[in-house]
Design a protein around this ligand. Structure first.
Ligand SMILES: Nc1ncnc2c1ncn2[C@@H]1O[C@H](COP(=O)(O)OP(=O)(O)OP(=O)(O)O)[C@@H](O)[C@H]1O
Length: 917
């Protein structure tokens, strides 16, 4: 009783003290929560206090906020009804899932130890500790690989040998010697060996050898990111310390000052750049680079596997523009060296990328690799799995069956607990997360855990993702390298080979989209000769659960192909305009670079007023000159589908820029009233200035998060208009999937404030923002009218069926195509609107300009429908809204509302039947 009194006193004083905060926040919000609970509030007050005490381990000295109490009232009310697993209205988006389980999970065992552990020891530690419920469903032991060393080839001069010595290398791996010899022989080479297998030396040694033999020879290095370019500059400068000063190695990118640019153009012999810079600066102004282009001996393309999708397609044409200028204007014929991650087709991919006649593939990896243990971790482990697994006997002798009714079921929480474990036990770790938001959440929750288990380590971890300003990213990279940080929650921005020093463990929150990407990420740990650990934590989605069930499919499957579509007519047209601006086009000379589509593309560009020619010559000898209106056509061709318009997110207290965010994301993430996360801290956004493109926010400890209310319309261009408000009467006699250009338009309605504790909507706020539109590509198939009628006859929800069908097709795409799932989105039907939606199953490329995935999906659409039907009919869930194993989707813009499984089954069957007609 004494405890109760103390607590109530503290609670009341806390409420009084928090009045200002309450005022600053949102009084209506608090009142609305109170109203919802009015009837049961008093009777539940004591229960809530006890609940709060229980949650915080009887820590009566802690201050509780009013919101803590309100949330506890709801929690204990829910728990008392024995309904802890109650679904909130908006399950199961990842963050919600976490929040729903967070309070329960915080009561589970946490390790407070900080003794050093080796990666192998960590496996047992996890099995006995936070993984004692059987979450470790598989451990793949990937044995060590012994190095195959060879002598440094005699073709390399004494100068190169001493350069190697200066960086501590006396012997080469066999693949390095093989590729160096091929390059010195003048061949085009692609090196496709494991991560950290010393691929950089494969190009650095032959390039430096040739450049030091001839004082005019030059080389161009192309890296996909600025960070990699800087990393390479550091390695090259270290290697060439003893060289004479004539190389003048430098980075020429968007961060290079005008003076440096001029100096590099005049003096550099080894220029490091990126495809964007080639596209908008170097090629359009090629005369300024005449010295380099006349003497160019090597073009090096690092991380070639990155060049796929729309970016890959543009880069392929940029390389063709570069090669043609070298050939037609400067009389040079450089050799290519590609370095790429292992894939099923590195040779074909790189040949296509640069349109090369020959290319030598080097893939017999001679580098050593230490042992790696690869854990598959399933937070959704069921009794059956646990019972079957003999490893799941806990230390105290109890079979884990006894606790199998526990489902931790929060991958985000599990990754956060694992992250904290690694850091606590001295293992340097990267936690890879699929999205920026997940990355922030993992950081935030890991810090919360460390606050309880090892507070001195809270600041030793941070997040790393796109959006942070370059200066902050460089600081994080060097702090990690120097050991000031021991863990990073990262998106795939850290998947590429930036050297951040030794890493012991990689955590993978969900399947990253391709097996090759998973290996690429896991390869970041255990570089050099130390054993390492990887832990793949599954989401509840079908693909993750499939790999958890059948680990052989993950570890035994060949790595996927990497495709670049250098025949895309839209991209060809855009790039030909740029090429013609640089140097007149000719059918006779340029077909070998641009392919057989050149002729018709030239005619079309002539008709559109971009090209003209001297009409006296015959068609193949004609030269086509650029006559378009834009002074610099490359400036209007976006090669990464990256939007030029960005919003600055500013911390109004510290007056510093936290992030620069793309316009399309800004309206989802930093609207007025939204809760925004950065480096694990939560901020409240106070304004979004559309004219200055600035979002202002301040740090706020909020117990709710926000979800934007919006709806996205897809208008397939060239087809019937998508959103006419009346029913369509078009009958489709036959269904055939099509890939078409489309216009994607998002309309904002407002947002919800959602409680972090209970996941219930606290308040619905309306607001208006300008609509956001962009052009993209969609793949779609019409649904026959007869199917619609049959569904309506059965009194099922047709719209919800369409919505569910597009989800489930999206869910099976990764079974057939290597892609980043965030590239593609399903057409989601908004439940707030009751207007007409076209009868179709549709997926679209999420990035402005399109990423090329829809086009890849089109020929296999029917196979995907068959797989989707299998998935739906084999899933035993009985809810209309399905489950994350079948039709729910992370990508759902409507938070998985308005879905209907039975209706989706009828729709997919109907489309497949119609296709057979
Ligand atoms: N012959 C060698 N003997 C010993 N160490 C080597 C040798 N070659 C390279 N290394 C070292 O191996 C490490 C990895 O090299 P590097 O970064 O070039 O690999 P990579 O294959 O390009 O990596 P990533 O796949 O991440 O791009 C470096 O520290 C490098 O110094």
């Amino acid at each position: 009783m004494r405890k109760r009194q103390v607590l109530v006193m503290r609670l009341l004083s806390s409420i009084v003290q928090q009045r200002i905060i309450v005022n600053m926040m949102d009084v209506p919000m608090i009142v609305s929560v109170l109203k919802i609970r009015e009837s049961s509030f008093r009777s539940n007050l004591w229960k809530a206090i006890e609940w709060l005490l229980f949650k915080t381990g009887n820590e009566i000295s802690r201050d509780f906020s009013l919101e803590d109490l309100l949330i506890s009232v709801k929690e204990c009310d829910t728990a008392a009804r024995g309904n802890e697993a109650k679904q909130s209205r908006i399950t199961p988006a990842a963050s919600n899932n976490f929040d729903r389980k967070h309070s329960a999970a915080s009561r589970t065992h946490r390790c407070h130890g900080t003794d050093s552990l080796l990666p192998e020891e960590m496996v047992e530690h996890l099995r006995k500790g936070i993984g004692a419920k059987g979450q470790v469903v598989h451990v793949e032991d990937i044995g060590a690989r012994r190095p195959v060393y060879v002598e440094v080839p005699h073709e390399l001069s004494e100068n190169m040998r001493s350069a190697l010595h200066s960086i501590g290398i006396t012997q080469l791996y066999s693949h390095q010697a093989e590729s160096i010899q091929a390059s010195l022989f003048g061949k085009n080479v692609v090196v496709a060996t494991m991560t950290s297998s010393g691929k950089s030396l494969c190009y650095n040694l032959p390039v430096l050898e040739v450049l030091s033999q001839s004082s005019s020879s030059c080389a161009l290095y192309i890296f996909p990111t600025k960070a990699l370019a800087q990393d390479q500059l550091r390695s090259l400068l270290a290697m060439t310390k003893g060289f004479d000063g004539s190389l003048n190695i430098g980075v020429y990118d968007g961060d290079t000052t005008q003076e440096e640019r001029t100096w590099l153009r005049h003096n550099s012999r080894l220029l490091i750049t990126n495809p964007d810079m080639l596209h908008v600066s170097i090629l359009p102004h090629h005369r300024r680079f005449a010295r380099i282009l006349e003497n160019i001996r090597f073009i090096v393309i690092d991380e070639a596997h990155i060049y796929k999708g729309a970016f890959g397609c543009h880069t392929a044409f940029i390389l063709r523009r570069l090669r043609r200028l070298c050939s037609h204007v400067y009389g040079s014929d450089p050799s290519f060296v590609f370095s790429t991650a292992t894939s099923a087709n590195p040779h074909d991919h790189c040949m296509e990328l640069a349109s090369l006649p020959t290319l030598e593939l080097i893939q017999n990896d001679g580098s050593p690799a230490a042992r790696k243990l690869f854990i598959l971790w399933n937070p959704f482990v069921d009794q059956e799995t646990v019972a079957k697994n003999p490893n799941n006997i806990m230390e105290n002798g109890k079979s884990s069956d006894e606790s199998a009714n526990f489902k931790s079921s929060s991958p985000i929480l599990d990754v956060s607990c694992l992250f904290a474990e690694m850091v606590q036990h001295g293992l340097r770790c990267i936690a890879f997360c699929k999205t920026r938001k997940l990355c922030e959440l993992v950081l935030c929750y890991t810090r919360e855990i460390l606050q309880q288990t090892a507070p001195h380590l809270v600041d030793s971890i941070c997040a790393y993702r796109a959006g942070y300003i370059a200066q902050n990213r460089r600081r994080i990279e060097s702090d990690f390298f120097d050991g000031k940080l021991c863990g990073i929650a990262a998106t795939n921005a850290l998947e590429l080979g930036i050297d951040v020093g030794h890493i012991d463990v990689t955590l993978h929150l969900g399947f990253p989209g391709s097996i090759s990407s998973l290996w690429q990420q896991a390869g970041r740990a255990g570089r050099r000769d130390r054993p390492s650990l990887a832990v793949y934590v599954a989401f509840e989605g079908p693909l993750d659960q499939y790999f958890m069930k059948y680990p052989k499919k993950l570890f035994g499957s060949p790595i996927e192909c990497c495709h670049v579509d250098a025949k895309n007519q839209q991209v060809l047209a855009q790039q030909l305009v740029c090429a013609a601006h640089e140097h007149p086009l000719s059918l006779s000379y340029d077909e070998k670079f641009f392919g057989s589509g050149l002729d018709s593309a030239i005619v079309s560009l002539k008709n559109r007023g971009y090209l003209s020619c001297d009409s006296l010559c015959n068609s193949s000898a004609k030269f086509w000159n650029y006559i378009g209106r834009e002074k610099m056509p490359s400036h209007s061709v976006s090669i990464r589908s990256i939007e030029a318009e960005r919003y600055k997110v500013i911390d109004q207290q510290k007056k510093e820029i936290l992030e620069e965010i793309e316009e399309s994301r800004a309206f989802f993430q930093v609207y007025e009233g939204s809760v925004y996360m950065n480096q694990g801290k939560t901020y409240l956004v106070t304004s979004l200035d559309l004219s200055r493109k600035i979002a202002s926010c301040y740090v706020a400890d909020l117990k709710y998060y926000t979800k934007s209310r919006d709806c996205t319309d897809i208008h397939v261009m060239g087809s019937k208009y998508a959103y006419r408000p009346q029913l369509s009467n078009i009958q489709f006699s036959r269904t055939t999937a099509r890939a078409d250009p489309c216009k994607v338009t998002t309309t904002w309605l407002g947002y919800h404030r959602v409680s972090r504790g209970s996941n219930e909507i606290m308040e619905k706020v309306d607001h208006v923002l300008p609509k956001y539109s962009y052009e993209s590509q969609a793949v779609w198939v019409p649904v026959p009218q007869s199917v619609k009628e049959a569904i309506i006859m059965k009194d099922l929800d047709f719209r919800a069926g369409l919505h569910a069908a597009s989800h489930v097709v999206l869910n099976v795409v990764p079974l057939r195509i290597i892609c980043n799932l965030s590239d593609l989105a399903p057409e989601c039907i908004n439940t707030e609107y009751t207007r007409y939606y076209p009868e179709r199953i549709l997926l679209y490329d999420q990035h402005p300009g399109g990423s090329g995935v829809s086009v890849q999906v089109q020929p296999i659409f029917m196979e995907l429908l068959i797989a989707a039907l299998e998935l739906l009919t084999s899933c035993r869930c009985s809810e209309h809204g399905g489950c994350p194993n079948c039709l729910q989707s992370f990508a759902c813009k409507e938070y998985n509302e308005g879905l209907h499984k039975e209706s989706a089954i009828m729709i997919i069957k109907g489309v497949l039947d119609a296709e057979k007609l």
